[in-house]
Design a protein around this ligand. Structure first.
Ligand SMILES: Cc1cc2nc3c(=O)[nH]c(=O)nc-3n(C[C@H](O)[C@H](O)[C@H](O)COP(=O)(O)OP(=O)(O)OC[C@H]3O[C@@H](n4cnc5c(N)ncnc54)[C@H](O)[C@@H]3O)c2cc1C
Length: 304
């Protein structure tokens, strides 16, 4: 617990961040979890994974933006990613956070930035996965997902199993044939709206996964938890849902054993591939989730 808090504290330290983001040693150490600083590096990871029949979703790492110009810059970065995905014929989508597209400035600014991206994804036969952020973003995010789905298709919503409201959201999205990525949820939320115990979150996750596999539009089961993965596989088997009607999603570099188990069993797997210069907070959060990853880092440091 202390180690986790320390890592989260370090994730907010500006000087360490500046050093890490510009150090060649750090770049070598973080390669397992972050594709690199450039789109080219992300595409190369996507290409390599594609050769192993693994799908990808590219995440251009960024922060909450504070100006319309920054939101437009995010849009441009993603438009370029989509254009390269299409030109290179890669089996990839993109994942975006609406706070990076100006949602904190205004829903209209955000929509004006997201819409060209969704339209480009639809033309390219790709897709835009709209990450879910803290609970006060949920309604605004789902509203935009619905608007984009009705005009272009090619979007995926994300639902967090820790939120008490998620059963109703999943049922509604299944009814509207909007694809959903199901995850446990990564933010700190009050007990009034989110299940505080891991056991309840896991139970809700399995319940929602079953609904999505039965009635969802090509759902994505996003987790590294073997119990959740096996629960979803059991549900699919029991309901007679074929492997091509859903996919699993995991983060690049995490639980590669479980990733291999799924691909060798003929299941679809998509990896979330982060890239960009602002990789430090993402990387530190992954370490904080599992401080044992520090051992992996130390080993690599020694080797290097
Ligand atoms: C593809 C994808 C997209 C996501 N999108 C969102 C989103 O839009 N919004 C959101 O709130 N959250 C998102 N998340 C994060 C998610 O909500 C969880 O916080 C995160 O996945 C950890 O939950 P878990 O299901 O892996 O289970 P946990 O119970 O946290 O972990 C299960 C097991 O996974 C392994 N593991 C987990 N994390 C790590 C790690 N860092 N390093 C090594 N092993 C690890 C460990 O073996 C652990 O025992 C996403 C996750 C994935 C995989």
């Amino acid at each position: 617990m202390i180690l986790r808090s320390t890592l989260l504290y370090l994730s907010r330290q500006r000087q360490l961040r500046r050093w890490m983001e510009t150090s060649p040693v750090a770049a070598r150490l973080t390669r397992r979890f972050v594709a690199g600083q450039t789109l080219e590096q992300a595409l190369s990871v996507s290409r390599r994974l594609g050769a192993e029949r693994i799908l990808t979703t590219l995440d251009h790492l960024g922060e909450n933006v504070t100006s319309a110009a920054e939101a437009q810059a995010s849009r441009e970065a993603y438009l370029e990613a989509l254009s390269r995905i299409s030109a290179d014929g890669l089996p990839a989508t993109v994942s975006i956070k609406l706070s990076q597209f100006g949602l904190d400035l205004s829903p209209a600014i955000c929509e004006a930035n997201v819409e060209p991206l969704v339209a480009a994804a639809a033309r390219a036969g790709s897709g835009v996965e709209i990450d879910m952020e803290a609970s006060d973003y949920v309604d605004r995010t789902l509203r935009l997902v619905r608007a984009m789905h009705s005009r272009h298709g090619s979007v995926r919503a994300v639902i967090q199993a820790y939120l008490r409201r998620s059963l109703a959201d999943v049922e509604a999205l299944c009814g509207e044939r909007i694809p959903v990525r199901l995850c446990k949820g990564a933010y700190r939320e009050p007990a009034a709206i989110a299940f505080p115990s891991k056991r309840d979150v896991d139970e809700n996750y399995l319940r929602l996964a079953r609904i999505l596999i039965r009635a969802g539009a090509y759902p994505a089961i996003a987790t590294h938890d073997p119990r959740m993965v096996h629960g979803a596989l059991d549900a699919a088997l029991e309901l007679g849902v074929h492997a091509e009607n859903f996919e699993f999603q995991m983060l690049y570099g995490i639980r590669r054993d479980l990733q291999r188990m799924l691909t060798s069993g003929g299941y679809r797997l998509r990896l979330y591939v982060p890239y960009g210069v602002a990789w430090y907070p993402y990387f530190m959060r992954r370490l904080a989730e599992r401080p044992a990853n520090l051992l992996f880092l130390a080993r690599n440091l020694f080797r290097n």
